[in-house]
Write a protein that binds this ligand. Structure first.
Ligand SMILES: NC(=O)c1ccc[n+]([C@@H]2O[C@H](COP(=O)([O-])OP(=O)(O)OC[C@H]3O[C@@H](n4cnc5c(N)ncnc54)[C@H](O)[C@@H]3O)[C@@H](O)[C@H]2O)c1
Length: 330
């Protein structure tokens, strides 16, 4: 049985709490949050203790820590938890700063504790099926990947200001998806960004609409499109064109009913947002982490994967500012 300390009782911490408590081989032992009442409330739902970070790190019966705190705390908490002998699943991104994330990788790589990064979309059954079909050679050589990732509505500007920007906060998932599907890192990044959804996002120094092109050493290309607004809901699709065919993963709809009349054909909207769309992915992600820690299975998304995605986010941020293509090497 994996006994788990959860750090962060916010939006995503609550999702992880459900999955930790609901898994046959894990138990939510304790919850810590700088907002003590949030920790107490969440711990109370699952019969767990509410405590401090230090309580969790000092408790030898706790063998894993899930980091679901704000992004600027991630590297510090990964280092502290692994130094205390805990396996770690940390939410994306590894840090707001690439340099700090690289330092975290360097400091923790020798200590023998597994660290997994929460790129949950790799566990989405649709995207996982694209990867499996591509690996099996079902469309020949994959040559062009297109990722569409639109949020239903922009976040508050107060969130944008502390998020690290669209490339580090939002497109980071798509950079990791490109790395996962293409099985390699690109050698160059070109980004174009605008703030046309909400000019206040632009005034805060960020973009809300962006297109990024990734080029690989062997000539393959990936294109990522992000928007903070899609009037019809959360749009999460990808297409992989290969020498012998095309793989497409489409949106998951709220229901499967379509209405066909003289006026046309109408179906339900896509699942509302990430908590709904990726619920199965969060469950599968947790299951993979439990298997890695208890059974010694491979860590499917490593800290190095987290650093790689952040390197692309940083390159895209720079490219969108300068208009130049940025070469990447890790
Ligand atoms: N993988 C995903 O789909 C996904 C989705 C949402 C958020 N996230 C990531 O998860 C992290 C949290 O996001 P959120 O939306 O849940 O934020 P949130 O603000 O709802 O929750 C964060 C919680 O962490 C607590 N906290 C902050 N610093 C802390 C510290 N040092 N020690 C203990 N608690 C601390 C806050 O009080 C808050 O309760 C972010 O890094 C975000 O990028 C990932």
């Amino acid at each position: 049985m994996l006994k788990v300390g959860l750090l962060g009782a916010g939006r995503i911490g609550r999702v992880h709490a459900i999955n930790i408590a609901g898994h046959a081989r894990s138990e939510l032992a304790a919850v810590a949050d700088i907002n003590a009442s949030a920790a107490e409330e969440l711990a109370g739902l699952y019969g767990a203790k509410a405590g401090s970070l230090d309580d969790i790190l000092a408790d030898d019966t706790i063998n894993a820590v899930l980091v679901a705190t704000s992004t600027d705390t991630h590297s510090d908490l990964i280092e502290k938890a692994t130094a205390a002998g805990k396996a770690v699943l940390c939410e994306k991104p590894v840090d707001l700063s690439l340099e700090r994330a690289k330092l975290c990788l360097e400091r923790t790589s020798g200590n023998g504790q597994p660290v997994m990064i929460g790129f949950n979309r790799r566990f989405d059954p649709n995207f996982a099926a694209v990867k499996a079909a591509s690996l099996a050679g079902e469309i020949g050589k994959a040559e062009l990947l297109s990722i569409t990732s639109f949020d239903p509505a922009p976040p508050p500007v107060s969130y944008v200001k502390v998020s690290g920007g669209l490339f580090r906060d939002m497109m980071i998932h798509d950079f990791d998806m490109a790395n996962f599907i293409m099985g390699d890192l690109p050698t160059s990044v070109h980004a174009v960004g605008s703030s046309i959804v909400n000019p206040e996002i632009g005034a805060a120094g960020d973009v809300d609409t962006a297109v990024v092109t990734l080029r690989y050493a062997d000539g393959r290309i990936a294109v990522i499109k992000n928007s903070r607004r899609a009037a019809y809901g959360y749009d999460q699709r990808l297409e992989l064109l290969g020498s012998e065919g095309l793989l497409s993963a489409n949106n998951v709809m709220m229901n499967t009913v379509s209405k066909s009349t003289n006026a046309g054909v109408v179906s339900a909207k896509p699942e509302f947002f990430f908590l709904e769309r990726y619920m199965r992915a969060y469950v599968a992600e947790w299951d993979a982490f439990v298997a890695a820690v208890l059974d010694g299975a491979n860590i499917p998304v490593t800290l190095a994967d987290g650093v790689a995605a952040l390197a692309l986010a940083e390159a895209a941020t720079q490219s969108a500012k300068t208009g130049e293509t940025v070469e990447v090497s890790l």
